[in-house]
Design a protein around this ligand. Sequence first.
Ligand code: COA
Length: 278
Amino acid sequence: MSEDVLLVENLPVSGSSPEGGVISLWTLNRPEKLNALNSESHEAIKQACSDAESDDDVRVVVIRGASPPTAPEGKRQKPAAFAAGADISEFVGKNSDDVRPFFENNAWERVWNLTKPTIAMVDGFALGGGAELALSCDLRVVSDRAKFGTPEINLGLIPGGGGTQRLCQILGYGKAMEMVLTGEMVGAEEALSLGLVNKVATPEDLEAVTMALAENIARKSPYTVKVAKRAVRAALDLPLSEGILAERSEFVALFDTDDKEIGVTAFLERSEAKWKGS
Ligand code: COA
């Protein structure tokens, strides 16, 4: 497996506690192919998920696409992309038996199932499997030239990385259906108004805005952050009455943690909380 399709950098977060917290920044690195996700990309993302999950220092994961190289004189400049989809060249001549094992053990679900917060930093195209990777993250921060879409319908396919379901949950039935049936793209401002993305920045500011959000979260108690993610996530799977019970149970259990006592005392003493992470 080539390591180059995904670059992983762990960036220290000043003021994190317990000390040593990092933001794990993953860069999809096939810019010549608009960072299309091939099987190597999937394996690399799955490995990065295992590494991030088992490393207590990783507080937040940020995923982005590599910028396209500057085109040589006379050649067309390739556009910016988070990821322009699954790598379509891998679909040629495949039947259902060929693709089923891959889709049953895919990177989108591994990202979705991370217990730590995840942020997609999207500059340019997030299409098909790329849109689904962004949807597998908890939050999306995008540049004003970002474009989301599920163009699989134009290939005689439908989204296969959870896109139909996650779009429905975020956008509601009508808009999700429109995107899936037409394959048309949604721009950044519309995506913001639809609740598909959390923030929009200029391409120049995108990294700073995303990292400020990531650092904000990375400075909280890593223990409480995991509980918070689990509690909010419960709303997607449970009926309201059961979700309320799940939240209450998580909330009450936090009263047995060190970090509840640390946070409450720090507020009352007007000091900065130094979390234990337990
Ligand atoms: N899979 C494989 N290769 C892809 C790709 C994908 N999903 N998306 C883009 N590429 C490749 C192109 O083949 C091209 O490679 P080449 O330079 O070796 O020929 C390169 O990336 C640049 O793409 P190109 O189409 O030339 O850029 P563009 O600016 O004309 O168009 C898009 C950009 C995003 C509109 C167009 O690339 C596109 O429609 N991509 C496919 C989107 C899609 O259907 N995704 C769902 C897949 S399930």
